[in-house]
Design a binder for this molecule. Structure first.
Ligand code: GLY
Ligand code: MN
Ligand code: MN
Length: 474
């Protein structure tokens, strides 16, 4: 079904004009996504259009491809007018000409004509710019269109197209920021509802259902698989089979898309009881301090790599004062010992994708040739390292985790004995993990946290918990 939410046609036309200018010559091919079957052809996963296609052509509908012929200075939307059968089952749909008009494109052509267009371009030795495909059916289609074996598609990917698209998409316009802010506000509603509904005896699945239901009630959907777990030490835990029990923490990392498919990506952690225990308080406040000091440091020209390390430094100092770490802070950071507790990156770019443009390669989006990505455990998972620019939108999501398997392995290997008090860690084996995540815009002079505030300090979280679940005090 066509989405009714589009920017003005002029927005898409301006984006395409800039892309065309930057790529310079040849043909730019942006295939849309098709429906993806779950178990048989007509029973599909929820439809999601390709984000590059959305950026340059806006339309959320299967069966389309956009081709910008730079040399001929034409842009064509390839696709077929829908059959009466389709309309009988799925309802009336706009014509191809109408769709093209909505996005400022004047040429349309049947989908089948794309094969001839690309074959002719190839025969004429013209450069066909395409991005790395991430779906099997699009890979097969590309392989056929370009008469290139599947295993050689990667070698033909256009780096100039990747760079031109990243340069454009990485800076969010005001109208994109407004969309992101809507996504964050839908997401805040999801988090608040979960924070109100949680109590011992309810399942993670029931809470995940509440979160998803709120996204749906806003007319949209979660932008990525919901993480909602009492085992927050498992970073991307999609299992929802546990029942909440008193004494545990709940980590919820989920978000809704806006109606134009911009993503919110928020994490909150709170107790199953209405108040934090003193041990939970210590770790929670430490993660909050890591997050606030990282956000405070955000402004143009600051490298996100350095902000990650700044956050790690706050953590090491805090864990030292709790007796869980020891030794020289600089060395604990340089050696990578800190990653026992903080094994992921501080954040990533956010936009039409929750990890924005990760499909084209994180090195182009988060490093851009400015610095080498670390191979060290923990730091290697930092998706964004480059210097910040006004218009970047990114997540700030530090965490502290107690992962028994990792603690046991490192202790067994005798790793980082100068920095980690393994004996003291034993009491934290069932602690879980704390992560706090917000979405932040880099402005000309600093930064702005997107969306309405979502309870975050201990006082704010406990106020919500006590109001809705007053009986049990941990
Ligand atoms: N939700 C995935 C992430 O925070 O990166
Ligand atoms: Mn997240
Ligand atoms: Mn994130």
């Amino acid at each position: 079904m066509i989405n009714n939410h589009l920017f003005d046609a002029a927005t898409y036309a301006a984006r395409r004009a800039r892309l065309q200018k930057e790529v310079g010559s040849g043909i730019i091919l942006l295939p849309g996504n098709d429906d993806s079957p779950m178990n048989y052809l007509d029973n599909t996963y929820p439809y999601r259009q390709d984000s590059h296609f959305l950026y340059f052509a806006g339309i959320s509908q299967p069966g389309l491809a956009l081709v910008i012929d730079i040399d001929e200075n034409t842009t064509t939307l390839f696709g077929d007018d829908l059959s009466i059968d389709y309309i009988v089952w799925m309802g009336p749909q706009p014509s191809m000409a109408e769709l093209a008009h909505r996005i400022g494109v004047t040429h349309t052509a049947p989908y089948a004509a794309l094969t001839d267009k690309l074959r002719a371009a190839k025969a004429g030795q013209r450069n066909i710019h395409y991005l790395p495909p991430y779906r099997g059916d699009n890979s097969i289609r590309l392989s056929r269109w370009l008469d290139t074996p599947l295993d050689q598609l990667a070698a033909g990917v256009s780096e100039s197209l990747i760079k031109a698209i990243v340069a454009q998409r990485v800076i969010k316009s005001d109208e994109e920021v407004a969309e992101l802010e809507k996504a964050v506000n839908f997401t805040g509603d999801m988090h608040l509802a979960v924070m109100k509904a949680a109590k011992p005896g309810i399942t993670e699945a029931a809470l995940a259902g509440i979160a998803a239901g709120i996204a749906q009630a806003h007319g949209t959907q979660p932008g990525y698989s919901i993480i909602l777990t009492i085992n927050g030490q498992t970073l991307h835990n999609h299992y929802h089979g546990n029942t909440l029990t008193s004494g545990k923490l709940i980590l919820g990392d989920f978000g809704a898309d806006s109606h134009m498919f911009y993503a919110g990506d928020i994490t909150r952690t709170f107790p199953v009881d209405s108040t934090f225990t003193s041990r939970q308080r210590d770790i929670y406040n430490l993660v909050l301090q890591m997050q606030l000091s990282a956000i405070d440091a955000l402004k143009p020209d600051v490298r996100y790599y350095d902000v990650h390390l700044l956050s790690a430094r706050v953590m090491v100092e805090g864990l030292k004062s709790l007796g869980l770490m020891k030794g020289n802070t600089d060395e604990a950071i340089a050696s990578g010992a800190f990653a026992l507790f903080f094994p992921h990156g501080l954040g990533h770019m956010l936009g039409l994708d929750v990890h924005d443009m990760e499909d084209v390669g994180e090195q182009y989006v988060g490093y851009a040739g400015e610095l080498e990505r670390s191979k060290q455990f923990g730091l290697k998972s930092l998706r964004l390292g480059r210097a910040l620019q006004p218009g970047f939108v990114l997540t700030v999501e530090p965490g502290v985790y107690f992962i028994p398997e990792l603690m046991d392995l490192w202790q067994h290997e005798g790793k980082y004995l100068d920095f980690i008090n393994y004996d003291k860690l034993q009491a934290y084996r069932d602690f879980g993990g704390v992560r706090i995540e917000d979405n932040v815009l880099i402005t000309a002079t600093g930064h702005r946290i997107l969306g309405n505030p979502i309870p975050k300090t201990i006082a704010e979280v406990e106020e919500v918990r006590k109001a809705h679940f007053p009986l049990l005090v941990g």
